[in-house]
Design a protein around this ligand. Structure first.
Ligand SMILES: Nc1nc2c(ncn2[C@@H]2O[C@H](COP(=O)(O)OP(=O)(O)OP(=O)(O)O)[C@@H](O)[C@H]2O)c(=O)[nH]1
Ligand SMILES: [Mg+2]
Length: 330
């Protein structure tokens, strides 16, 4: 399990001051007092919404480090990703989910939607993320899936993009009629102050019970998984919209030699023509994907990484249930 490394730089998640929940006296340098298990809170908070509303950006900001990849393209997240944050007596276990797919009913999308459904049952709180001021059929379909017995908070994200803020009040009132939301939070996942406020609002929904994780734990996902995701993020970010979302990354080798990690990965695409887009002119695109992924993994793990990338065509994989499963999708 990937743990929090003190003093190491975060990727692109804003730092959150450990105030509000854990107020320590100014100038205090000694070890924090251990928290009595009888006063501990711990619970699950699922983050759901249609594709591209900023769920993973929000998870990373809440965890304080990048554990889930993000991009401006929809369908970036394809797995249930748990990220933890312990503040004062409270341990928040956040669950990021894929954007709920309403367009194509292929095997990959069915697997993604199954992941979303699995993640919303059995949590203490659901953060239903939408873009502030917007609500369409794709948002409505996600809202319809949510269990009636779990409190749902409306997170109106990307508030920084709302120019006429006065228009938000009637929109929020219209949202009140759509669901008995427990809270309404207009915010921006990119603003650390909003993230702090969100912790304070979420805390009361978590039950009094002992922590389930070490306070330094970051995510339940393995280093191998993080490596494949980082390559997929660079693939998504560095290729144009013409490369369909039906590309994936498989780790072929993950070996540790002292302070060096040797990783070999294959980018799987659907068509021969897509292969050229990933490789680029004289291999320059593939090289850049590899360099950026390697640099970010080296920063995350604080070690040297040797990353080798291959590209392979597997036509129709996203329509093939068995192949989708073999590529690691639930
Ligand atoms: N302006 C602005 N952009 C944001 C904010 N939050 C996220 N974004 C951007 O929105 C895009 C999508 O963010 P993601 O976090 O990948 O969205 P997602 O909901 O996880 O997307 P999927 O995993 O595909 O469902 C990225 O380009 C983010 O930088 C915000 O508060 N303000
Ligand atoms: Mg995501």
């Amino acid at each position: 399990m990937l743990a929090r490394a003190l003093g190491k730089s975060e990727v692109d998640a804003p730092e959150v001051a450990e105030s509000e929940v854990d107020a320590t006296a100014e100038g205090e340098t000694s070890e924090p007092e251990p928290i009595d298990p009888a006063t501990q809170r711990c619970g699950f908070v699922a983050i759901v919404g249609k594709p591209n509303v900023g769920k993973s950006t929000l998870l990373n900001a809440l965890v304080g480090q990048k554990v889930s990849i993000t991009s401006r393209k929809a369908q970036t997240t394809r797995h249930r990703i748990t990220g933890m944050r312990t503040l004062g007596p409270t341990q928040f276990v956040f669950v990021d989910t894929p954007g709920f797919q309403t367009r194509h009913g292929n095997a990959l999308n069915r697997a993604l939607n199954k992941t979303v459904l699995g993640a919303v049952s059995d949590v203490d709180l659901i953060l239903f993320v939408v873009e502030a001021g917007h609500f369409n059929l794709a948002d409505a379909k996600v809202l319809d899936l949510l269990p009636a017995n779990v409190p749902v908070m409306l997170v109106a994200n990307k508030f920084d993009l709302v120019h006429r803020r006065g228009d938000l009040a009637p929109w929020l009132r219209s949202m009140q009629e759509r669901h008995p939301f427990a809270e309404f939070v207009p915010m921006s996942a990119k603003h650390p102050k909003d993230i702090q406020r969100l912790f304070a609002i979420c805390e009361k929904y978590l039950p009094l019970q002992p922590w389930m994780h070490d306070p330094d734990d970051l995510t339940d996902r393995s280093e191998r998984f993080m490596a494949s995701e980082m390559v997929r993020e660079k693939l998504f970010r560095l290729t144009g919209d013409e490369l369909p979302y039906t590309s994936t990354v498989v780790i072929d080798k993950f070996e540790e030699e002292g302070a060096l990690k040797r990783i070999a990965a294959t980018i799987v695409v659907e068509r021969e023509g897509h292969k050229g887009m990933v490789i680029g002119d004289k291999g320059e695109k593939l090289k850049r994907i590899g360099t950026e992924a390697r640099q970010e993994l080296e920063k995350l793990w604080d070690c040297k990484v040797y990353l080798e990338l291959w590209v392979k065509v597997r036509s129709g994989w996203a329509d093939d249930d068995a192949r989708v499963r073999s590529f690691g999708y639930e």
